[in-house]
Design a protein around this ligand. Structure first.
Ligand SMILES: [Zn+2]
Length: 299
């Protein structure tokens, strides 16, 4: 499917309301309609103008369309959408985000098919909004710089039957091998515990070295081995279904190279990197995750 293209659609009010209360949806509608020029949404640091509600509704609908196509075709589908969504909490847009695209898409999947969703977030920043929504069959696993915007994501915990797994990384950066090795350990381990029916990826590429907003010092070529581990976990647990939804990433060359690599790997190209060296993962990060996940495996 990645070789084909889909048309996005608008998310309905009902679809938005599975994550955002009607009063917040109305606030976004009202404040953006009143914007005669670029201005900040009253709830946080998100610049909006008169078109923002329409665009954000289409982005959320694009994420839903990607999920529906990925599930129908048992394959990977990528939603190339903006604005991003993972900082949007139920009643608080912030960090360029208005509606939480991945959470809305996850709830649409659950409404249609039931089952558990694992949101996989490799954006440079922590998805505070997605963590806020997690629960009721939605688990969340994230690598992110810490401390860094938005200041959340320090640790991991269980919320009833769902996991919130946070891997805070040094804001000064991490080696490419360490980043890849971390995901090669983290995703299969979390998926074995959560047993998701669908993976939705908060695909932010501001981790790439040189990004003007993020920059974890990770090489752009990390996207291929990341896609390989996502593909393999989706094949094992989800019949191959995975929806990627664009989050951050502010260098066009890094975005295009990363997304092209994901497309190629998802379509069956072999990742050339093989298994990264687990000893490249920062020791404190590795120890904290091992301790938490080991306890969950015997839960
Ligand atoms: Zn980001």
């Amino acid at each position: 499917m990645l070789a084909d293209s889909l048309v996005a659609r608008d998310a309905s009010d009902e679809e938005l309301a599975r994550v955002h209360p009607p009063a917040y949806i109305e606030l976004v509608r009202r404040e953006t309609a009143a914007a005669t020029d670029a201005r900040y949404l009253s709830t946080g640091d998100t610049l909006v103008d008169a078109s923002s509600f329409r665009v954000a509704r289409r982005a959320a609908g694009g994420a839903i369309a990607a999920v529906q196509a990925g599930v129908a075709g048992k394959e990977a589908v990528f939603a190339l959408v903006r604005p991003p969504g993972h900082h949007a909490e139920p009643t608080r847009g912030m960090g360029f985000c208005l509606f939480n695209n991945v959470a809305i898409a996850a709830r649409a999947f659950q409404a249609g098919f039931g089952g558990r969703v694992l949101v996989v977030d490799f954006d440079y920043h922590h998805g505070n909004g997605t963590e806020a929504v997690a629960g009721n069959g939605l688990s969340y696993v994230s690598t992110h710089a810490y401390p860094a915007y938005p200041g959340t994501g320090a640790g991991s915990y269980r919320r009833s039957d769902d996991l919130i797994v946070n891997a805070p990384l040094p804001a000064a950066g991490i080696s490419t091998e360490g980043f890849v090795a971390l995901w090669q350990y983290l995703l299969p381990t979390v998926a074995r515990i959560v047993r998701p029916d669908l993976l939705i990826v908060s695909a932010g590429f501001d981790y790439v070295a040189g990004d003007s907003v993020g920059d974890l010092g990770v090489d752009v070529d990390a996207a291929a081995p990341l896609a390989a581990v996502i593909r393999d976990v989706a094949a094992e647990h989800c019949g191959g279904s995975v929806a990627y939804v664009l989050e951050g990433g502010y260098g066009i060359a890094a975005l295009t190279r990363s997304i092209a690599a994901i497309a190629a790997v998802s379509d069956g190209a072999q990742s050339e990197s093989g298994i990264a060296d687990p000893s490249a993962i920062p020791a404190d990060v590795s120890q904290a995750l091992h301790a938490f996940l080991h306890a969950q495996e015997s839960f």
